[in-house]
Write a protein that binds this ligand. Structure first.
Ligand code: COA
Ligand code: ZN
Length: 309
């Protein structure tokens, strides 16, 4: 199958469920991930390796990674906040591990109880640890610069800091660097400016864009990033999501609407919208009390709509 024009990573099982009010049972998580993969998602962030006492919803991530690995062609992503989390990700066999490095010092302390520099030192240790493994057991490592567009704890986050931490992550040996709007403060002009500045510093290592829809600008920001050359996007089914350690954080850009936007523009995603709506039914059935969002699944596809060829 031809590579799609944009690569969408579904982060609902991690970013979504870590902030949900209702626990999704392990069997339901597996069914949801299978349904997402059946809809054409080839990259899913299935969970995080954090202490279960901090985020009980992530207690079964090892088992969920194993399930993800059983789905042919799926890149199984997991988040780790330190070396211990990385070791657990290695044991489980995650294909890709994402490390959150907050550009906001206040959020960094709240989230991982480390400064951004200490967090980057953890990432470096993990990269060194990876070098000791056989080639077929080395996961991809992504550094995600969190609160890159502002922070509810600290307020504004200097763009120079974002560029600096992204550059440190690239120089540390991360395969990819992403910019995340953890609390939904970003606007499209800022997105273009910050992505451009970071790209000027680290070039092609800048890959992903992770937006939250807290102020309704998720799609606008995704489009701005696309126009700035970004081709890798995180999003969450039903608009679930948010960081429990960032006050006021709410859901990610909504996968269903993001896929619809790109497909309607003639930009291929590799994702079948009808099958995506089926995966949404699996989600809603699993945690029926949890509020879900999204315009396209409620309104339906336009009459005669054809996905991008
Ligand atoms: N997975 C499981 N257990 C872990 C762990 C991990 N990744 N990291 C540390 N622990 C355990 C330690 O072994 C230790 O256990 P013990 O008390 O039985 O000896 C205990 O947790 C405390 O370890 P410490 O290194 O002091 O961690 P901490 O309490 O300072 O917490 C983090 C630091 C990074 C582990 C924690 O802040 C964290 O997980 N943050 C991520 C939060 C998150 O997921 N945010 C949303 C996504 S961005
Ligand atoms: Zn997020």
């Amino acid at each position: 199958m031809a590579k799609p024009d944009v690569q969408i990573c579904e982060v609902g099982p991690r970013d979504g469920l870590q902030n949900a009010q209702h626990l999704m049972p392990t069997a339901a998580k597996k069914a949801w991930i299978s349904a997402l993969a059946a809809a054409g998602l080839t990259e899913i962030e299935v969970g995080s390796f954090v202490p279960a006492r901090l985020i009980p919803a992530m207690a079964d991530t090892g088992e969920i990674v194993a399930h993800g690995r059983s789905i042919p062609g799926l890149t199984v992503v997991a988040l780790a906040p330190n070396v211990k989390g990385f070791q657990r990700a290695l044991e489980a066999g995650a294909h890709k591990v994402t490390f959150p490095v907050s550009a906001s010092r206040a959020h960094s302390q709240s989230n991982v109880r480390m400064s951004p520099e200490e967090m980057i030192a953890q990432v470096k240790q993990c990269i060194a640890l990876r070098e000791t493994l056989p080639a077929d057991r080395r996961p991809q490592i992504e550094g995600a610069v969190a609160t890159a567009f502002g922070c509810t704890l600290q307020g504004s986050v200097p763009e120079d800091d974002v560029v600096q931490f992204a550059t440190m992550l690239a120089e540390a040996g991360c395969d990819a660097v992403a910019l995340a709007d953890t609390v939904g403060y970003a606007n499209p002009a800022q997105v273009k400016r910050v992505f451009r500045r970071v790209r000027e510093s680290i070039g092609g290592k800048l890959e992903g864009a992770h937006f939250h829809n807290t102020r309704g600008l998720g799609l606008a920001n995704a489009l701005a990033a696309y126009e700035e050359g970004v081709r890798n996007f995180d999003s969450s089914m039903g608009g679930l999501g948010g960081c429990p350690f960032a006050p006021g954080a709410s859901g990610n850009v909504i996968t269903e609407d993001l896929v619809f936007m790109f497909e309607a523009m003639g930009i291929t995603t590799g994702i079948d919208l009808e099958k995506l709506f089926k995966a949404r039914e699996v989600l809603v059935h699993a945690i029926p009390e949890e509020p879900v969002y999204g315009h396209t699944p409620v309104a339906g596809l336009p009459k005669g709509f054809r996905q991008a060829a």
